[in-house]
Design a binder for this molecule. Structure first.
Ligand SMILES: Cc1cc2nc3c(=O)[nH]c(=O)nc-3n(C[C@H](O)[C@H](O)[C@H](O)COP(=O)(O)O)c2cc1C
Ligand SMILES: [Fe+2]
Ligand SMILES: [Fe+2]
Length: 318
């Protein structure tokens, strides 16, 4: 398996390839700090027919097309699965549609968003098929099953399960913002802290839809061998670890941990913050002091994920 060259397509199972892009320089994801960059993961599934699952952010279209070209001629692509219309995953759709007439599989809610973004690129004439939970696409030797994941994290979101290889293409679910030349959890070091920060900043408000989605997987008897998200590494060795973490986060499980979050200009609020922290510490409970001028909001959200309580302090400045 080739994972060293960053320009290479990577085979995840026979006929299944990562053909995404690595964003080494991204530092801001609409206000969310991503100090270690990110990846936009596209996946190419080759049966008798071929399907691309998700695309990449616009500036990376060439990188994605280059990787697809190592496996098939992009103009021969039969299908495109749009799991989610946000532009980090559809930004290259117009570029791709210039070279292929591939039919697009998308949720009903995705269609309005698609036309909102791509009407000027001719999206109203694109060949679409609207799919819902349980619908299948037979590629000949590879079968894709669609699973709506409404509000994880957009109304249009869905995930796609490759039945033969038991790979769940989970789009933003289970993602992490980290740029790496490695594609798997067991190669890249511990990705759980990245997954926690991602969950806290993107998925935390949607814990109920997440619990419903995890219930859907159980109901359909879906037990993935790999979870391949649209950002970061693919979960294979640490599958149980990430699934347990998602269940715990969705259920709001917290530690005996208190945060004291504050701003200060001249130090008075900081004196109070220190007093509160010292009282918590004296009770034997873990406490973290988080000065808003020293910590990104994204990092503070990550710390909130498993905190049982938090105190907020601010001076009045007019
Ligand atoms: C530029 C400035 C504006 C302030 N405006 C207000 C105000 O509108 N109302 C108020 O009650 N205190 C005001 N204060 C007083 C601060 O809230 C007070 O000194 C506070 O203790 C400062 O907290 P800090 O030492 O953590 O920065 C102001 C102080 C400064 C320096
Ligand atoms: Fe998204
Ligand atoms: Fe995304």
């Amino acid at each position: 398996m080739e994972t060293e060259k960053t320009g290479a397509a990577v085979e995840l199972a026979r006929g299944v390839y990562w053909v995404g892009a690595i964003d080494w320089n991204g530092r801001d994801f609409h206000g969310f700090a991503i100090p270690d960059g990110t990846t936009y993961n596209s996946y190419l599934i080759t049966g008798e027919k071929t399907a691309l699952i998700d695309t990449v952010k616009t500036p990376f279209a060439g990188e994605m097309l280059g990787r697809i070209s190592q496996v098939i001629d992009p103009s021969k692509l039969d299908y495109i699965v749009v799991n989610h219309m946000e532009l980090d995953h559809t930004g290259s759709l117009a570029e791709l549609k210039k070279v292929t007439d591939a039919k697009i599989f998308i949720t009903r809610r995705g269609v309005d968003i698609l036309n909102g973004y791509f009407r000027d690129s001719g999206s109203e004439n694109w060949n679409l098929e609207i799919v819902k939970t349980g619908d299948e696409l037979d590629l000949g030797g590879k079968t894709l099953m669609f699973l709506e994941a409404t509000m994880l994290h957009w109304p249009d979101s869905m995930e796609t399960f490759l039945k033969e290889d038991r790979i769940l293409f989970s789009n933003d679910g289970f993602g992490q913002h980290v740029a790496t030349s490695k594609r798997y959890d067991f190669e890249a070091g511990d990705a759980l802290p990245y997954a926690a920060e991602y969950y806290a900043n993107i998925l935390m408000p949607f814990h109920m839809p997440l619990l419903r989605f995890l219930g859907l997987l159980d109901k359909l008897g879906i037990e993935p061998l790999q979870i391949a998200p649209s950002h970061g590494i693919i979960w294979k060795q640490d599958l149980k670890k990430i699934l347990d973490a998602y269940r715990a986060w969705a259920n709001g499980e917290v530690k005996e941990k208190v945060l004291v979050i504050y701003d200060t200009m001249w130090g008075s609020t900081e004196i109070m913050a220190n007093e509160i922290a010292e009282a918590v510490r004296a009770d034997g409970v873990e406490v973290k002091l988080l000065n808003l001028r020293k910590n990104s909001r994204s990092h503070i959200m990550k710390e909130m994920l498993d905190a049982a309580a938090f105190a907020v302090g601010s001076p009045t400045l007019n």
